[in-house]
Structures are given as C-alpha cells and as structure tokens.
Design a protein around this ligand. Structure first.
Ligand SMILES: [Zn+2]
Length: 319
C-alpha cells in the first residue's frame, strides 16, 4: 500500500509549537500582531494613538483620543478568560492536531484544568473553526449525501429508528476537482430532509452554478432553487456506499464516524452538531498543510467573536 501523503506529513511537533508559543510573552506578541497587524486600533473610536498601562498584572491599551481601555483579549475568543494565553494557545494547538477531534476529558488532562473549563475551551475553539469554515462555500462538482449523526450507534431498545431523540439529520457534501479527487467537504446539521431545508443549506454552502450529484433523495432537488444544477443516480436497492461515484462522500462520512466514535463517544447530537461537524470540516479542508493549520487556527481564534458559556449552551448560536 502506498504511503498516504496526507497521513504521513510532518505537521507541527509539540517541541516546535513550544519554541514558538511556549512563553506568555510570545503568545501576547503573536495575538497583538494578529489582532492589529498595522498596530493598535481603538475599538471605540478607531484612533491609533495609545499608551499601555498595567492593571492587576495585565497590560492594557489606553486610547489617547477617547481614553477607552481595552485588554489584548477583549473582543476575541479569549475575552474575559482568566486562563493564561499560553494555555489557550496550547489548547488550540492540541485541538488543531487531533485528527479525530479531541474530547474535553483529554483536554482537561493535558492542560491540567477543570473539566468545565476544558469543555468550554473546546466548544469555543470548535465554534470558531465552524464559523471560519462557513465562510467558504463549495463550488464546481459537488457530491451530496444524507446521513444521521448518531444514527449508527447502538440505540437503546425502543429508541432505534427515525424517532430516536439523539439522532440528528445531516448533510455531507464533498467538492471534487477535475480529476475527480476530493477538495473540500462540508458537513452540516439539517432541521430535516426537506427541499426547503436543502435550499437554505445550499444558499449558504454552495456557490451558484455548482453541479450537484446526489442519490436522488427528493429533498436534494432543493439545490435548484439555490441556483445549482442537480443530477442524480437512482440507487435502486444499492446503497450509495457501494457506488463508485459516491466513494469520496462515503469516505468522509466514514472518517466522521471514526472521529465521533474515537474522541467524543456520545454527545447531544442535536444541540452541538453545528460545532462538531464544523470543526471536523475545518480540519478536513486544511488537511494538506497541518503545519500551517496551527497558525491559521490561532489567528482565527484571535479574530473570532467572544462567546459566553450561556451562548454555547443555548441554541441561539446555531441559528
Ligand atoms: Zn478611542
């Protein structure tokens, strides 16, 4: 068997990571550069003239024009966090490098923080990954398939089948290049397999003019209203998994199953599907350069909007 170029790539070792971001001052300098690449900009008045003041051991930026004070982390994913930056950076590194995703319990052990802190860190980072990835719709030839998140896990008696409370309908999409190889993937929860839900999903996730191939499930015709072409292969008794045309979308779904089974076991699929699937897609779409992925994810976190625990635990984030 040929060595898989993606699986065997170098990535960024822990030693390399610590050399770059092992000290609090290195993390602060990197964060400042990513937030304000051209130098400090006052979030209130856009003024640039400022000085630094020390407050309770933290460095604050004070605007000379409007006197507004802000910390380096205010307005970022790390907003209001008491954790040192180097712990945030390490968490982001660990999450970025875990191909199958990282359970909060593993993060708790590696960082030496409470489970609650690790859970929240993990969710904040996964949300930032999902939101970043959502900015890039798929284009060109796109394979679509329907699946259930949690659908193939052993169910309790009486819970199997479509009525199971912890079973989340989802859509899997893979874009192909001219040679038929996978380029990018999108995995998203759907409120249900209806044409309306697919139209809404396609409007956000597919570029107009994309050519969609599906197994002919009626709802997939919903992509047409989102200005995409739709063709399908009627499966007729055969599962799409057995059809060569659907090979890549099935490979991605199999990888997802491994990731969920390996790292997360079970979670509230309906409630947290958005960030788990978004984080999975984010990693998949940057799989060709695992070294650069670390810096990209750190920068994404530096520029992401703050999220509170209440927002993460409520459904409003996924709306
Ligand atoms: Zn100002």
């Amino acid at each position: 068997m040929a060595i898989n170029r993606i699986q065997f790539q170098h990535g960024m070792s822990l030693i390399e990571f610590l050399a770059l971001y092992g000290e609090e001052s290195q993390c602060a300098a990197a964060l400042e550069h990513w937030r304000w690449p051209e130098g400090f900009v006052c979030p209130r008045c856009q003024g640039r003239d400022h000085y630094r003041v020390q407050h309770e051991g933290r460095s604050l930026f004070q605007c000379r024009s409007c006197r507004h004070q802000c910390s380096l982390t205010a307005g970022t994913l790390m907003d209001s966090s008491k954790l040192p930056l180097r712990l945030w950076f390490l968490a982001i590194y660990l999450i970025s490098q875990a191909k199958t995703g990282l359970a909060a319990l593993a993060l708790k052990r590696q960082l030496g923080v409470s489970y609650r802190t690790a859970w929240l860190l993990n969710h904040k980072v996964m949300l930032a990954m999902a939101e970043r990835d959502a900015q890039f719709p798929l284009r060109g030839q796109v394979l679509l398939d329907d699946a259930y998140l949690g659908g193939e896990r052993p169910q309790l008696p009486g819970q199997a089948g479509r009525g199971s409370p912890n079973k989340q309908p989802m859509i899997a999409a893979v874009s192909l290049n001219a040679a038929g190889h996978p380029v990018y993937a999108k995995l998203s929860p759907l409120p249900g397999f209806t044409a309306e839900a697919v139209t809404e999903w396609a409007t956000k996730n597919l570029r107009p003019g994309s050519s969609v191939l599906s197994d002919g499930l009626a709802c997939f015709a919903g992509v047409i209203k989102a200005h995409c072409a739709h063709s399908y292969i009627v499966v007729g008794g055969r599962k799409p998994a057995q059809m060569p045309k659907f090979h890549w979308v099935n490979t991605v779904l199999a990888n997802l199953k491994t990731a969920i089974g390996g790292a997360h076991k079970a979670f509230k699929f309906g409630k947290y599907a958005h960030q788990y699937l978004g984080a999975f897609s984010y990693r998949f779409n940057r799989r060709f350069d695992l070294f650069a992925l670390v810096g990209k994810l750190l920068r994404t976190a530096a520029c992401a909007a703050p999220r509170t625990q209440a927002q993460i635990r409520s459904a409003e984030v996924h709306a």
